[in-house]
Design a protein around this ligand. Structure first.
Ligand SMILES: N[C@@H](CCC(=O)N[C@@H](CS)C(=O)NCC(=O)O)C(=O)O
Length: 204
C-alpha cells in the first residue's frame, strides 16, 4: 500500500462487519479516517457520498483514495494481499475460513445479536434457530482450536479477524461461553495483539 494513500472507512458502531475492517487496519497499523453511517436512516436517504461508493448499500466500505472496496471479507483479502501481512500460510486456507465465516458465524451471531439486542421479543422461533446455529459455529471453532494452535492458521491472519469480530459482543448477546474454552483463549490472545482495540473503541 502506497504510503500517501488515504483510507476512509464508512462503518457503524454496532456493525461487526465494520469492526473486522477497522480491526485489520488497527492491527496493520494503517491510519484511516472513520465515518459513521446511520443505518436507521433508509438506504435512499443516506448521505449521497456514501451511496455513491456503497455498491450494495451496506457498511463497511473502505475507500482507498478514490477506489471504494466493499464486502468485509473481500476488504480483508485486499488488505492482506497489498500489505503482505496477516495473509495466512496459503491463500486457499485463508479463503476457506473467510467463506465459512460469511455463511456461518458471520451470519448466525449478527442475526442473534440483532434480535436479542435491538428487536427483543420479536420472531422467537427464528431467534432459537440463530442461537442453535451460533452454538454449532462456536463448537466448530472450538474444535478447530483444540490442538493447542494459537490462531486458526497458526499465526494471526485475516481468518482470525473475520471469525472473531462479532464474538467480542458475546456477553451482550447472553451467550454462555463457558463451554468454549479454546475460543475464549483465542479471543484473549487476539485482544493482546499489538494495536488491538475493542469494537466500540474503534468504531467511534
Ligand atoms: N456481506 C457484507 C455484509 C455487510 C452488512 O451486513 N452490513 C450491515 C451492517 S453489519 C448493513 O450495512 N446493514 C444496513 C443495511 O443493509 O441497510 C459484508 O461482509 O460486508
Amino acid at each position: 500500500l502506497a504510503e500517501k494513500v488515504r483510507l476512509l472507512l464508512y462503518g457503524n458502531r454496532e456493525s461487526g462487519h465494520s469492526y473486522k475492517v477497522a480491526l485489520a487496519l488497527a492491527l496493520l497499523g494503517l491510519p484511516y479516517e472513520f465515518q459513521a453511517v446511520d443505518l436507521a436512516t433508509p438506504r435512499k436517504a443516506r448521505p449521497a457520498k456514501f451511496r455513491r461508493v456503497a455498491k450494495f448499500g451496506e457498511v463497511p466500505v473502505l475507500c482507498v483514495d478514490d477506489h471504494p472496496l466493499v464486502q468485509s471479507n473481500g476488504i480483508l483479502s485486499y488488505l492482506s494481499r497489498v500489505t503482505g501481512k496477516l495473509a495466512g500460510p496459503s491463500e486457499e486456507a485463508t479463503q476457506e475460513w473467510l467463506f465459512w465465516e460469511a455463511n456461518r458465524i458471520g451470519f448466525s451471531l449478527p442475526n442473534l445479536r440483532y434480535h436479542r439486542c435491538f428487536r427483543p421479543g420479536c420472531a422467537e422461533e427464528l431467534v432459537t434457530w440463530f442461537e442453535q446455529r451460533t452454538l454449532l459455529d462456536l463448537e466448530r471453532l472450538d474444535r478447530e482450536l483444540s490442538d493447542g494452535r494459537l490462531f486458526l492458521l497458526g499465526a494471526p491472519s485475516v481468518a482470525d479477524i473475520s471469525c472473531c469480530a462479532y464474538l467480542f459482543w458475546a456477553d451482550q448477546v447472553s451467550l454462555d461461553m463457558t463451554r468454549f474454552a479454546n475460543v475464549r483463549g483465542w479471543l484473549e490472545r487476539i485482544s493482546k495483539l499489538p494495536g488491538w482495540r475493542s469494537p466500540y473503541d474503534l468504531l467511534a
